[in-house]
Design a protein around this ligand. Sequence first.
Ligand code: HXC
Length: 262
Amino acid sequence: MESPFKPDVLKGKVALITGGGSGIGFEISTQFGKHGASIAIMGRRKQVIDSAVSTLQALGIPAFGIEGDVRKQEDARRVVESTYKHFGRIDILVNAAAGNFLVSAEDLSPNGFRTVIDIDSVGTFTMCHEVLKYLKKGGPGRSSSSGGTILNISATLHYTASWYQIHVSAAKAAVDATTRSLALEWGADYDIRVNGIAPGPISDTPGISKLAPEEIDNKSGDYMPLYKLGEKWDIAMSALYLVSDAVYLPLGVRALVSSESA
Ligand code: HXC
């Protein structure tokens, strides 16, 4: 498919993408790279990261991979520091790492519940916290006039109730709350733009193959307005828009716009 965005829309930007080696995360890595960004991929599985990085490099995208678990603060710090050392700046953090499995609430152990909260919710906050100093306006490698941007990937499970997904629903609700709070605090204080995308079921992802039995996957399109599942491309294009300068107004310009419109 041809991108509706100019190929240099992220030129000169550096993006760190957790869970960027597979599924939605890898599509985001690929599309950001194809649109000019340098890509750092964080993940737990070396083989997955290596293969993703080779694919990106074969496309001419500057990319490197770092093993790490978002549940461990020391890993988060190391990965953020390595990204900065490697590329000299960090402009974009995408939190796409997630844990998931189908289980009834009755059969889910408290530790299973905690594990998914640790990966999705605490992991997202930890990564944001570690990257903060690099994204602040005037931070290492940045100008004093503009901050970076964060994009958190959640889900729509928690908008209503979903069978066998109590742990993920709770975790993604916390991710959405974190996105809103950081958008407020870090937008106002540091000019960091924080956004979230909540994908519904997306075809050809580890999430859908793990969570939706094949017959649901095949039939689910019948109940959707467009008669089809979402695609990784849809999410990557939304992500591209949200991290691009299309939604960027420097603070000075914002002040001007609001005083002119007042
Ligand atoms: C019940 C389970 C379980 C399962 C793990 N646990 N898998 N309980 N059913 N299938 C429980 C364990 O029993 C244990 O609790 C606790 O969770 C920790 O398990 P570990 O195996 O030690 O943890 P770990 O190796 O760290 O693995 C955690 C993991 C993760 C969550 C299973 O490896 C994982 O999910 N990886 C896959 C990543 C993935 O699929 N990502 C795509 C996400 S899609 P006890 O009490 O026994 O110690 C997504 C989209 C959502 O998020 C929206 C879709 C519509």
